[in-house]
Write a protein that binds this ligand. Structure first.
Ligand SMILES: Cc1cc2nc3c(=O)[nH]c(=O)nc-3n(C[C@H](O)[C@H](O)[C@H](O)COP(=O)(O)OP(=O)(O)OC[C@H]3O[C@@H](n4cnc5c(N)ncnc54)[C@H](O)[C@@H]3O)c2cc1C
Length: 366
C-alpha cells in the first residue's frame, strides 16, 4: 500500500512526488494523460521571477529559482524580467528589498537600454536580473525520474474517478484499479475544482483559457528580457529568433473552452503597439502560437497544504505555478512528514482563507 497517492503529473505533482519519496514515503502518482506535463505545465510561457508583492509568493519563487539553477534539465536562463510601472508601487519593491531578493529600480532612460518603448504614463521600471525562463517539461521529467529512482510508481492514462476516506485511509478508484493510502495529494491544476467535487469538496479553482502568440523569426537580432507593461498586462520576450507575446483577457469566462481565441489578438496588439511601436510590421506565426489553462482561484494565489484529514491540495497557481513548483514540492513533503510545512509559513495560502474572508491581494499578477 502506498503512503500517499499524488494525483497529477504536471510540474507540481512531479516535484511533490520527488520530495515525498526523498522523505522515505512510498508514492503512487496517478495521471489521466498518457504522459507527463500535458496540462498547464506544457503550455506555460516558462517565466520565473521574484517580482511579486506578497512575501510568500516572492519566497516561493526565489527559492524555486535557486533550485532550478542547479538542475540541468530545467535549463534555467536568467534573461531577466523588466516591469514597466505606471504609478508608484513602492510597496512591492520594499517587500522584495526586505526579503533580500535581487530587484533593481530603473529610471525609464535606464530601462530603454534593454527594450525600446514609449514612456507616456509610466513612472519607472524594475528589473529582476535573476528572473528568466526555464524548461518546465525538462524540470518535470527530472522530478519524475528522481521520484522513480527513489521508488515512486507512476501510472499514466489512469484518472482518479472517485475517492473517499474510510477507516483512516483514502480509497481511490480509477478505471484500472483501486488503491488505498493514508494520504492523498491533489496536484490537478485547472481540474482541481472538478476533482474536488468528486470528493464532495468545494475547492475554488477554475480553468481560464490563456493564449501565447508567437511571431515569425524577426529580421533583426534581439535578446529582450520578459518585459511587462503593468498598465495593460501586455508582455513579450525573446525566444530564439522569435518573439513570444500575450495579454490576459479579463473578460475570458472560466471553463474548459478549447482552442485559440483569435479575436483576442486585436486587443493584445492594440496594447502592445501603443507601448512598443517597434513591434509594428512583425509577422505572426499562427501555428507556433498556443493556448492553455490558467488554474485560477478567487484571489489568484495558490491553495497549499492540508484541507482535511489526510487530504492535501497544491493547486490554483493562477498563472505562476511553474516558478513555484520546486519549493511547493518541498513544502508538501514537510506537511506530510511533520504535520505542517516547516520552511515557510503556509497560513496565507491555506484554503480556509476563503471561508474566513481573508483573500490576499497580489499586485504582480500577469
Ligand atoms: C499560456 C500560459 C502561460 C503561462 N505562463 C507561465 C509562466 O510564465 N510562469 C509560470 O510560473 N507559470 C505560467 N503558467 C502557469 C503554469 O503553467 C501553471 O501554474 C503550472 O503549470 C501548474 O502546474 P500543475 O502541475 O499544478 O498543473 P498541470 O501542469 O495542469 O498538471 C495537472 C495534472 O493533473 C492531471 N489531472 C487532472 N485531473 C486528473 C485526474 N482526475 N486524475 C489524474 N490526473 C489528473 C492533468 O492531466 C495534469 O497533467 C502559464 C500557463 C498558461 C496556460
Amino acid at each position: 500500500m502506498p503512503d500517499i497517492v499524488v494525483v497529477g503529473a504536471g510540474i507540481v505533482g512531479a516535484a511533490s512526488a520527488y520530495r515525498l519519496a526523498e522523505k522515505g514515503l512510498k508514492v503512487l502518482i496517478l495521471e489521466k494523460e498518457a504522459t507527463y506535463a500535458q496540462g498547464s505545465t506544457g503550455k506555460s510561457a516558462a517565466g520565473v521571477r521574484v517580482q511579486f508583492s506578497e512575501p510568500l509568493n516572492v519566497l516561493l519563487s526565489y527559492r524555486s529559482i535557486l533550485e532550478y539553477r542547479e538542475i540541468p534539465e530545467a535549463a534555467y536562463r536568467p534573461i531577466g524580467y523588466l516591469f514597466l510601472v505606471p504609478e508608484a508601487q513602492e510597496e512591492a519593491l520594499r517587500v522584495q528589498k526586505a526579503l533580500g531578493v535581487p530587484v533593481e529600480r530603473l529610471s525609464l532612460e535606464e530601462a530603454k537600454t534593454k527594450v525600446p518603448f514609449r514612456e507616456e504614463g509610466l513612472a519607472y521600471a524594475t528589473f529582476g536580473p535573476m528572473d528568466g525562463v526555464i524548461d518546465p517539461h525538462g524540470a518535470t521529467a527530472f522530478y519524475l525520474r528522481e521520484a522513480r529512482r527513489l521508488g515512486a510508481e507512476v501510472r499514466f492514462s489512469e484518472p482518479l474517478l472517485r475517492a473517499e476516506r474510510r477507516e483512516g485511509v483514502w480509497r481511490v478508484e480509477t478505471p484500472k484499479g483501486r488503491y488505498e493510502a493514508p494520504y492523498l495529494l491533489l496536484c490537478t491544476g485547472a481540474w482541481t475544482g472538478e476533482v474536488g467535487r468528486t470528493l464532495g469538496l468545494e475547492i475554488p479553482v477554475q480553468p481560464v483559457r490563456r493564449m501565447v502568440f508567437a511571431t515569425a523569426p524577426t529580421p533583426f537580432p534581439h535578446a529582450f528580457p520578459l518585459t511587462v507593461d503593468l498598465g495593460t498586462g501586455f508582455y513579450f520576450r525573446s525566444e530564439g529568433s522569435r518573439l513570444l507575446f500575450g495579454r490576459s483577457n479579463p473578460e475570458e469566462p472560466p471553463g474548459f473552452r478549447e482552442g485559440m481565441d483569435w479575436r483576442w489578438l486585436g486587443p493584445t496588439l492594440e496594447a502592445g503597439l501603443a507601448r512598443f511601436p517597434f513591434l509594428e510590421g512583425l509577422f505572426l506565426d499562427r501555428k507556433a502560437s498556443w493556448w492553455g489553462y490558467y488554474e485560477v482561484t478567487p484571489d489568484h494565489n495558490p491553495i497549499l497544504g492540508f484541507v482535511e484529514e489526510g487530504l492535501l491540495v497544491a493547486a490554483g497557481f493562477s498563472g505562476h505555478g511553474v516558478q513555484q513548483a520546486a519549493m511547493v514540492g518541498r513544502l508538501m513533503a514537510e506537511e506530510v512528514a511533520f504535520g505542517k510545512a516547516q520552511s515557510l509559513d503556509l497560513t496565507p495560502f491555506r484554503l480556509r482563507r476563503f471561508w474566513e474572508g481573508k483573500p490576499l491581494r497580489e499586485r504582480g499578477i500577469v
